[in-house]
Design a protein around this ligand. Sequence first.
Ligand SMILES: [Zn+2]
Length: 112
Amino acid sequence: MQSHTLQRYHERLLDERNTLLSQRDQALATIQEAIHPPGENQVLPSEGIDVEMSLDEGAVSRLEQIDAALEMIKNGTFGTCSQCGCRIPDDRLQEIPSASCCVSCEESHDRS
Ligand SMILES: [Zn+2]
């Protein structure tokens, strides 16, 4: 893959990573505030706050995927299917820069 193409994916992944991180920080801040309300004698909200639920699980796994993709850029394996080793088509990477396997591997993974 040409280095400027790789650079573009790298930037997109970093952008997406920053967005997800700030979303997560915001969610955490909201949870903190709910657990420790500012000011005295505040009654805790009646319904319990489920920290696990409040943190979007999808966002956490997205972050992991992005980190893995950034690692692959570092290792020079970005754009290669982690399952079958084939080259992931550019149009797939443009759509999902953090994709770690080709469409057919992902489909067979989904089926299993
Ligand atoms: Zn594959």
